[in-house]
Design a protein around this ligand. Structure first.
Ligand code: CU
Length: 372
């Protein structure tokens, strides 16, 4: 394969975006000055982990920028997404739905190696909403089976952002609703803060990726199974065009974050929830708790909202919410379209241990017959 120079691709990208010539020159100038400094920056390899867990990270990082190296491998597989054994062919980053959370600090460079292994059949790429230029990296990362590519981009905007595959045409939504999406969290160097500028720190963080699936049904209404991935594409595109998902789930399947697989916390702990939805709107709600601080639109440049009951995640974005648990119990974390939560699967649980606070809530009288 002939190597395409970065400059050429940038020019192609600018033609697509009708970028004026002056800004093209500026971009090339910036690229040249970056190239001289980049070799001096420290490199940090980030071990990505399967959600709901997040990679090890510092909440503050007052030092200078680093190059954060990450690797994503495209998986073309199959998975069961509900209790009745409904099976879907999946397209994923690192065999995980959602793809792993990547964490860096504002000003860092993210250097991604994207691998599309031999044996896969589709072309893939990646569009980082946190990045700038070149279709979010999509123009520079198209990889055929057997290829890998390395992309570096600078995290200039602090916040939570999705990334997703976007190989072109109908394959863009098809790959996204087959699982190819995840999120990046770009922390401010001084860490998170409230609207008064006071620091906010968390004891643990969980990444929840909401996924809509569009599984075709047969004439009896049963979910279809397809031997090969390609066999089901036309039927699935038909269901996608109804805009009516068969499943809406948190972290890849119904029940992925409930029961034995529920999230854990203790009374008094402050928990950061990052919630992404690459394709549809969502309404996260923690039953029995609140969003103490919520960056609903995901931008850490804006102060968080305080004390919310439900927040809104726009399709194609990720947001963050922080809550300090004050009571023990099993909390349901769901999308407050309750039909999607209860009937379609978009429900997780947080099991919190600790002591009950009677001052916050108490049962004054147990259920008893109404006096005559
Ligand atoms: Cu893809």
């Amino acid at each position: 394969m002939p190597r395409v120079s970065r400059r050429r691709v940038l020019q192609a990208g600018s033609a697509l975006a009708a970028m004026p010539a002056a800004s093209q020159q500026t971009e090339n100038a910036v690229a040249a000055s970056d190239a001289t400094d980049i070799g001096k920056l420290p490199r940090v390899k980030q071990e990505l982990v399967d959600p709901p867990f997040v990679p090890k990270h510092e909440q503050t990082n007052p030092g200078g920028p680093a190059i954060v190296e990450v690797e994503l491998v495209v998986d073309e597989g199959k998975r069961v997404i509900d209790e009745s054994g409904t099976e879907v062919h999946t397209l994923t980053f690192n065999d995980s739905i959602p793809g792993p959370l990547i964490i860096c600090h504002e000003g860092d460079y993210v250097e991604l190696t994207l691998k599309n292994p031999h044996g896969n059949v589709f072309m893939h790429n990646i569009d980082f909403h946190a990045s700038t230029g070149g279709l979010g990296g999509g123009a520079l990362t198209k990889v055929a089976p057997g290829q890998q590519v390395v992309l570096r981009w600078r995290a200039t905007k602090p916040g939570t952002f999705i990334y997703h595959c976007a190989p072109g045409g109908s394959m863009i939504p098809y790959h996204v609703v087959s699982g190819m999406n995840g999120a990046v969290m770009v922390l401010p160097r001084e860490g998170l803060s409230d609207r008064g500028g006071s620091p906010i720190r968390y004891d643990r963080a969980y990444y929840i990726g909401e996924q809509d699936f569009y599984v075709p049904r047969d004439s009896q209404g049963n979910f279809m199974r397809y031997e090969r991935h390609a066999d089901g594409i036309a039927d699935m595109l038909g269901v996608m065009r109804t805009l009516t998902p068969s499943h809406v789930v948190l972290n890849g399947s119904v029940g992925a974050l409930t029961g034995d697989r529920a999230l854990r916390a203790h009374v008094g702990e402050t928990v950061l929830f990052i919630h992404s939805q690459a394709n549809r709107d969502s309404r996260p709600h923690l039953i029995g708790g609140h969003g103490d601080y919520v960056w609903e639109q995901g931008s850490f440049s804006d102060p968080p909202a305080h004390g919310l009951e439900t927040w809104f995640i726009r399709g194609g974005s990720a947001g963050a919410a922080i809550y300090t648990f004050k009571q023990p119990g099993v909390y349901n974390y769901l999308t407050h379209n309750l039909i999607e939560a209860v009937e379609l699967g978009a429900l997780a649980q947080v099991v919190v241990d600790g002591d009950w606070d009677d001052d916050l809530m108490t049962q004054v009288q147990a259920p008893a017959p109404i006096p005559a």
